[in-house]
Design a protein around this ligand. Sequence first.
Ligand SMILES: [Zn+2]
Ligand SMILES: [Zn+2]
Length: 131
Amino acid sequence: MIQRNTKQKEAILSVMQGAGIHRTADEVLSAVHELIPGIGQATVYRNLNRLCSEGKIRKITGEGWNIYDGNPMPHDHLHCAYCGKLYDISSWEDSAMDSHAEEEVQGKVLRHSVLYEGICADCLKRQNEGV
Ligand SMILES: [Zn+2]
Ligand SMILES: [Zn+2]
């Protein structure tokens, strides 16, 4: 049983690993299906949550969407309002941002992440071409 669980978790992790991999839970599900045909949706979702709490992957959440990120290192994202894809953006090491936040709440910042809402290059191009 333990072995089976590990195999499932490893399969899920394997489809998430690689630079710039961002997938929705459904995309993870269909990719894992190719490796383990009988795997259930609940198993995949449960393991995704587990991998998040273990810090191996990250979950990026916006209004009405969740996307899993194979790269747990701190970085920012642009979410395209048109195609819904997430694009990696290197974090701007700005300690002024943290001290500003700490001043306002009189607390301590442990980490912050920035989510840009915008339009990606592909969608911008499509728009300009009027397609
Ligand atoms: Zn786009
Ligand atoms: Zn990312």
